[in-house]
Design a protein around this ligand. Structure first.
Ligand code: ATP
Ligand code: MG
Ligand code: FE
Length: 339
């Protein structure tokens, strides 16, 4: 099926068009520059930017894909989770297009979309697979028997999300926003073994994560240095922090696969773009005989293609369309694939 997907859960206005598992267009307008000076996304500013970007971004995607609105089989949109105000802009736009065109509407889960996007690069997801979902707002281990109909949560963060930890540590180090990509880059010249930072909940027997203790430990370490009047080895701190996050994520992900006898691990969400996570996951999966699937970095961070990919999967699986009066749900649970 030919599906257009709209993503507005945060600061990216994403419009993607897919034909089944084939990506035809992935157009993103980001308002990240407008938020940089605030050190975080300002919801009101983001909502307004989505409103302005929506129609031009859809038009651009259609042009890139070489299709018209009439060609579409369905419109998919992120219905949650995310920022209430920004979600509403996307949902309203999707409803308007669906109604005007007489096409089915699919309100989909942003987190399941982070998983489904993998199909655009590596083909159908094995049923089941385990997914490590690591993003700005979430860090979860999921058992995914079927991304269209059955997503189960095995564990999640009890405090900060992995991406949030990257962003906060980047702030501590005065590196800018968003912090994930900058820490990734900065860490390349640092020694990951130079400082040992705590690995929260590593051996607690759960599949939950905790990153706020790590973030505080980094802040305390940096403060102590500054108080002593010594220079802060930024690259070493970044590399050591990143190593601690990635160590816990990959160890627990592999443990879930073994415990559930699943031999495919998928990693999704913005933090899946992290080069050290990709590297360590590959090493540990190889060792454990697990096949690893991680989309290219551009498909890990928020985009419209992931929404279109999940929409296409829902259509192909014969899942019923959404009603035209669906709400945006800022706290939609990861287990609800379609609203
Ligand atoms: P959610 O998906 O939970 O709603 P979100 O949509 O805001 O959150 P994503 O766009 O999926 O988040 O991911 C953004 C996060 O990914 C940010 O915290 C960012 O710092 C982080 N990130 C992006 N690239 C990298 C990288 N190379 N290394 C580490 N973190 C990264
Ligand atoms: Mg973003
Ligand atoms: Fe996201």
């Amino acid at each position: 099926p030919l599906v257009l997907g709209i993503e507005t859960s945060c600061d990216e206005t994403g419009v993607g068009i897919v034909q089944g598992h084939t990506l035809l267009a992935d157009t993103v307008a980001s308002s990240v520059d407008l938020h940089a000076r605030f050190g975080g996304v300002v919801p009101e500013v983001a909502s307004r930017a989505h409103l302005e970007a929506m129609t031009p971004t859809i038009d651009r995607a259609l042009k890139t894909a070489g299709v018209t609105l009439d060609d579409l089989d369905a419109i998919a949109v992120t219905a949650g989770p995310g920022l209430a105000g920004t979600l509403m802009v996307g949902v309203a736009a999707a409803k308007a297009y669906a109604l005007a065109l007489g096409k089915p509407l699919y309100g989909v889960n942003h987190l399941a979309a982070h998983v489904a996007v993998d199909q655009l690069e590596h083909g159908p997801l094995p049923k089941p697979c385990v997914s490590l979902l690591v993003s700005g707002g979430h860090s979860s281990l999921l058992l995914v028997p079927d991304v269209a109909t059955d997503v189960r949560s095995l564990g999640s963060t009890v405090d900060d999300a992995a991406g949030e930890a990257f962003d906060k540590v980047a702030r501590v180090l005065d590196l800018g926003f968003p912090g994930g990509p900058i820490i990734d880059r900065t860490a390349r010249t640092g020694d990951p073994a130079s400082i040992f930072f705590p690995r929260g909940k590593l051996d607690d027997g759960t599949y939950d994560f905790s990153f706020s203790g790590l973030k505080s430990a980094v802040a305390r370490w940096v403060e102590a240095r500054e108080r002593a009047g010594e220079p802060v080895p930024i690259a070493d701190v970044a590399a050591s922090f990143q190593e601690a996050v990635v160590d816990v994520l990959t160890r627990k992900a592999v443990a879930v696969c073994k415990a559930h006898d699943v031999d495919h691990l998928q990693i999704g969400g913005g933090v899946a773009a992290n080069s050290r996570l990709r590297e360590m996951a590959k090493q540990r999966c190889d060792k454990a005989g697990i096949r690893l699937r991680v989309p290219r970095p551009g498909l890990c961070t928020d985009n419209g293609a992931m929404v279109a990919a999940l929409g296409a999967e829902l259509v192909a699986s014969g899942v019923e369309e959404s009603r035209l009066d669906i709400p945006a749900d800022s706290s939609l649970p990861v287990t609800v694939v379609r609203v």
